[in-house]
Design a protein around this ligand. Structure first.
Ligand code: SF4
Length: 332
């Protein structure tokens, strides 16, 4: 898909780029991060986990609503097409994780992969950093929770099974839209919703604890398919469900608004109005459908919340700079 560079102004920078002539196309660029720490600690109880591991930064799944876009600005990039195409990889992540597990202070907390990226985005096929980290977790019998849209997780089923035996593993597959057209337009780099559902089915068939996350639910873009989505997940073998509504912190709001207007020009203003007005009666109605459907199909479900699945707080460590560009679009 042809994409032109488009980023909102980076609030951490004092200058911004403006193209007076032709706007260039956005191409994949890969950067290596010489980070010395791999665990990001979250102190916000609302995030729901203590330690995250992000083998990558940026994400080629390119979801328009992704809150991790904010964190790309801290690296000096833009939150728009830069987030989708300028991908930072951490080749030494597994070695750093081993170091962290060797520390006397390590208590064996659950490691969440990942808060600021998708650990099974396309580059993982070549880099295998997520796989290496899982190998370390299996070796140290450390529990892991994975959140992903990537079908590539099926490659690592052998490791997931080891983790299931030796520690604990939960997988959450994110499917906010059951409508393939909406997903293609707003999550253009991710597998189709049906393909993600097949991943749930395959993991469940191997007795992996796998759940469905419908976050963020975007009011006005397919909530009428919610019951179908939950029913399909229950049939596929999901063991739990969560639902969170869209939030649009800056600069994600600008990215989402731009892409929504291109994808659904007739519906964009209404969708954005729902977010701005915090449409409580509509949210309550959707929550009721969610709870009633989960009950009907026997799927345990968490209370409805705002979408926080990708929002570990930024800390000083995030402000470090990374190193050199390595390759440009040459991996496949
Ligand atoms: S929401 Fe997840 S899959 Fe989508 S771009 Fe963000 S990190 Fe990637």
């Amino acid at each position: 898909m042809r994409r032109l560079v488009s980023n909102p102004p980076n609030s951490w920078r004092t200058s911004e780029v403006e193209y007076l002539d032709e706007i260039p196309e956005a191409h994949r660029e890969v950067f290596e991060d010489a980070t010395r720490t791999i665990l990001s600690k979250n102190d916000e109880a609302v995030v729901g986990f203590s330690y995250g591991v992000n083998p990558y930064r940026g994400c080629e799944h390119a979801c328009a609503y992704c809150e991790a876009r904010r964190r790309h600005e801290l690296l000096g990039f833009g939150a728009g097409t830069d987030f989708d195409t300028k991908i930072v990889v951490k080749p030494n992540a597994a070695a750093l994780l081993r170091e962290a597990f060797e520390a006397r202070s390590w208590q064996g907390d659950v490691i969440v992969m990942s808060g600021a990226t998708d650990c099974y985005q396309p580059l993982e096929a070549a880099y295998r950093i997520t796989r290496q980290c899982l190998e370390v977790c299996a070796e140290y019998r450390n529990p892991v929770a994975i959140i992903t849209k990537g079908a590539l997780i099926e490659r690592d089923l052998d490791l997931l099974l080891q983790l299931r035996e030796r520690a604990r593993i939960t997988v959450t597959i994110s499917i906010p839209f059951w409508d393939a057209d909406v997903a293609r337009k707003l999550e253009p780099g991710a597998p189709t919703p049906a393909r993600r559902m097949r991943t749930i089915e395959r993991l469940a068939a191997s007795d992996i604890d796998v759940g469905l996350a419908m976050s963020p639910l975007v009011i006005g873009l397919g909530e009428e398919r919610l019951a179908d989505l939950i029913t399909a997940a229950a049939s596929a073998g999901a063991r739990r469900a969560t639902l969170g509504f869209l939030r649009l912190p800056s600069p994600v709001d600008a990215v989402f608004a731009e892409r929504l207007a291109i994808a659904f020009p007739g519906r964009a203003s209404r969708v954005l109005a729902h977010v701005a007005e915090d449409a409580q009666p509509v949210k309550a109605m959707i929550a009721a459908i969610y709870l009633a459907t989960c009950r009907r199909v026997g799927l345990p479900c968490a209370p409805v919340g705002d979408d926080r699945s990708n929002t570990p707080p930024a800390g000083p460590r995030e402000l470090r700079t990374f190193t050199r560009p390595t390759r440009q679009g040459s991996l496949f």
